[in-house]
Design a protein around this ligand. Structure first.
Ligand code: GLC
Length: 751
């Protein structure tokens, strides 16, 4: 009897609850206001939303966490409030997900686009925008909501393992290129995550290393690219960097993530951490600082958030603000909008975009006696080097892409109808280790071939920095032996030698570049690599790329060389698993002194007239260009309008990058001899054709950062505006007068 009554009572209670629930259903995201949804959330649900969901070894709220295998991260679903899982995929060179899945023979290959450095080398934001559109479309059609890109840390030192994922040594080129990429990706209705904010300029112990940087270098170099990108393109999210800046972890820095990023620059999305290991940072400090989401996320972190609120270490208002910022992005995602993704992006169209972008990112570094282009298809080519048959299409780590096929150089040349030496092809097939070519063998090939092509390749990536030793920054003995013997043999018979540099970063060139008649830099060009390179070698496309960083004579010429995780015995530290050698008090390991301050790249080499092998902004064409009729005038709203007429004075059509540098008047602050303030690219100019290129910049853009007064200062005085073909090739100059000085204070210091 008792049981019956209990059952009846239970049924009545349940009916009552259901009745109440039906009468007051939980507010649904997108129907109710975000504030109403937040007010209906439990503390546990709020905590769960802020902690990434992808490392958990269980189904998440009934949602199959592995809907997209190998995706970098997800956010938690809260179905009762209509909050879906959202998906975050790497990376800067394309969507990084597993190409196959259990239970289906359908594949999920992606397009490996040209690496970031190569995209920046186009100096063509319009083209970068197109690549962004394609990357964003691929992410959309594979069911992703945010692309964890672009990565825009400044090329402080060529040994940084991830420089291939980054754009340049100059913050204006970084910022403008990043803005184009962000706008391109986001034009699909998917988000981006501008990373790694900030000053993550080495891989060695990146999670613990303290970047010790002056305020001026921070503002003028390491923050400036992020500032331009945030102000101009409004990324949905930002990824805080692993490292510290001047003793404070980026993901815990209120000054960085709220005062600068939001209060000064107007960022209105949310910040996620990089893929931090548990227990390195304090979660309450992070959320208060303005780092909303913890990636990849661990279950313990949910408990940590709940405990922090209950113990009063984290204000519920801060928690609610973080949840609000996340929900404001989630409602914009395709997943929330119920977009029916196809899992079938147009990879063929994206391959074509890759080829077009790579064509404009390839840089012609040398072309003695018009060695190139090879216009005669009957030319017999002796193709040397492993990279000729096994191209590095991209770099290593989270920035990798699983592409179905990469077109190698030999294939690209054969596609054009060239005949390649068969014996060399058989020697190099499957060869992973470079081989030396003896003088005798080189002579054989020089007899039966018309031209030699030698590919030198390098790869690097996340977790480990490069090494300033033979075989990485420097050629190794085998490569030197190969190049020397091929050069001697072919030159002895009046035949030419072309070197191709398939690399994601700078290498030493001064000691051997005389051995080559032509040097072509295709970086890591993505899936269409071999076809792109052939396009340039045959002259189908006239190269128009220019360097986005300085190529020094020696590694030790670089101002940051002694303040980088590389000891003078020529060994760099292994990052990542080598945990026991971490020492917080060891230079370049526990902390890195950015002792060089603003003297990075051309700012240093041009100002102090230090010889370089190839300067910033340098790149040759198969034609020539003249610059004339330079004009600079102050237009409306303090906008300077600078124009110059560019004429194709050669015999083939081509595009020219125009770089605008400004020299400031004498000042009590030491300033670089000139700094890039704007750039542009002509369309394809036929021989004899001209185009007037108009560039703009503001008076504020001319400011330097005054540490003593913690403000940007534009001095009054006469500035020289230079129209240039490289940082050391000034073609036309025009003086302009800034009548009165101006000061813009900033809200904080990162000290
Ligand atoms: C890595 C990288 C970051 C990447 C993330 C997800 O640690 O630093 O660039 O987006 O984890 O893979």
């Amino acid at each position: 009897m008792k049981i019956r009554i209990a059952t009846i009572a239970g049924a009545v209670l349940m009916a009552g609850m259901l009745h109440a629930q039906n009468n007051n259903p939980a507010p649904q995201l997108g129907k109710a206001s975000i504030d109403e949804v937040i007010s209906a959330m439990t503390l546990e649900e709020k905590a769960k939303l802020l902690v990434g969901d992808h490392e958990f070894d269980y189904y998440v709220n009934g949602t199959v966490k592995d809907e997209i295998p190998d995706i970098a991260g997800t956010s938690a679903a809260i179905p009762r409030l209509g909050i879906p899982v959202t998906y975050y995929t790497d990376g800067p060179a394309g969507v990084n997900i597993a190409p196959t899945r259990k239970g289906t023979d359908k594949t999920f290959y992606c397009t490996a686009f040209p690496v970031a450095t190569m995209l920046a080398s186009t100096w063509n934001p319009g083209l970068v925008h197109q690549v962004g559109e394609a990357i964003g479309n691929e992410a959309l059609e594979y069911g992703c909501d945010v692309v964890l890109a672009p990565a825009i840390n400044l090329h402080r030192n060529p040994l940084c393992g991830r420089n291939f994922e980054y754009y340049s040594e100059d913050p204006v080129l970084i910022g403008k290129t990043a803005s184009a990429m962000i706008s391109g990706i986001q034009s699909n209705g998917v988000g981006t995550s501008l990373k790694h904010f900030a000053a993550n300029n080495q891989e060695t112990f990146r999670r613990e290393n303290d970047s010790r940087i002056s305020q001026r270098a921070l503002r003028e170099l390491y923050l400036r690219g992020f500032e331009i990108a945030v102000r101009e393109s409004h990324p949905w999210t930002i990824m805080s960097a692993y490292n510290l800046i001047n003793g404070t972890a980026c993901s815990e820095s209120y000054k960085l993530l709220t005062t600068i990023l939001r209060d000064e620059w107007g960022f209105n999305g949310f910040v996620m951490t990089d893929w931090v290991r548990l227990q390195i940072r304090d979660i309450a400090t992070q959320i208060h600082a303005g780092n909303e989401m913890m990636m990849p996320g661990y279950p313990e972190q949910i408990d940590q958030v709940v405990a922090a609120v209950k113990e009063g270490r984290l204000a519920e208002a801060d928690l609610d603000l973080a949840v609000k910022r996340m929900l404001e992005v989630i409602v914009r995602t395709p997943r929330f909008k119920g977009y029916k993704f196809s899992n079938d992006p147009d990879l063929a169209a994206h391959a074509e975009i890759t080829r077009t972008a790579a064509n404009e990112g390839i840089i012609l570094l040398k072309n003695e006696g018009s060695t190139l282009p090879l216009s005669d298809k009957s030319t017999k080519i002796a193709l040397f080097g492993c990279g000729s048959y096994d191209l590095f299409a991209g770099g290593l780590g989270s920035g990798e892409v699983n592409a179905a096929k990469i077109v190698n150089i030999d294939e690209g040349l054969r596609n054009y109808g060239f005949s390649l030496n068969k014996e060399l092809e058989s020697i190099y097939q499957g060869m992973k280790q470079e081989i030396g070519i003896s003088p005798k063998y080189a002579a054989l090939r020089a007899e039966d071939s018309d031209v030699a092509i030698v590919t030198i390749r390098r790869n690097a990536g996340e977790y480990v920095d490069r090494r300033a030793i033979k075989g990485d920054f420097y050629l190794d003995d085998v490569e030197t032996y190969l190049l020397k013997n091929v050069s001697e043999a072919f030159h002895a018979r009046g035949k030419k030698v072309i070197v191709i540099l398939n690399t994601g970063g700078v290498i030493e060139t001064a000691s051997w570049k005389d051995l080559a008649d032509a040097i072509v830099l295709p970086w890591q060009p993505g899936v269409e690599g071999g076809n792109t390179i052939a396009d340039i070698l045959t002259g189908k496309v006239n190269p128009s790329g220019k360097l986005t960083m300085t190529w020094p004579v020696e590694y030790m010429d670089i101002p940051s060389s002694k303040n980088f995780p590389y000891d003078f015995e020529g060994n760099s530290w292994k990052a990542g698993p080598v945990r026991d050698s971490f020492d917080p008090n060891k230079r370049n390991i526990g902390f890195t002194e950015y002792e060089e301050g603003i003297w990075v790249g051309y700012r240093y080499f041009s100002t102090y007239k230090i010889p370089v092998s190839f300067p910033f902004g340098y790149g040759l064409s198969y034609t020539t260009f003249s610059y004339s009729e330079p004009k600079v005038r102050l237009g409306k709203k303090g906008l300077w309008e600078a124009s110059v007429k560019v004429t194709n004075t050669g015999s083939v059509s081509g595009k020219e990058v125009v770089e605008l540098y400004v020299t400031a008047p004498e000042s009590k602050m030491e300033k670089p001899v000139r700094e890039l303030k704007a750039f542009g690219k002509t369309g394809e100019l036929a021989p004899g054709e001209s185009q007037t290129v108009t560039l703009t910049f503001t008076t504020d853009d001319l400011a330097s950062f005054d540490e003593a007064r913690n403000c940007w200062v534009t001095d009054a005085g006469t500035y020289e505006v230079h129209f240039a073909a490289s940082s050391d090739d000034l073609r036309q100059s025009v003086p302009i007068k800034v009548r009165k000085s101006s000061v813009r204070t900033v809200l904080t210091k990162l000290d």
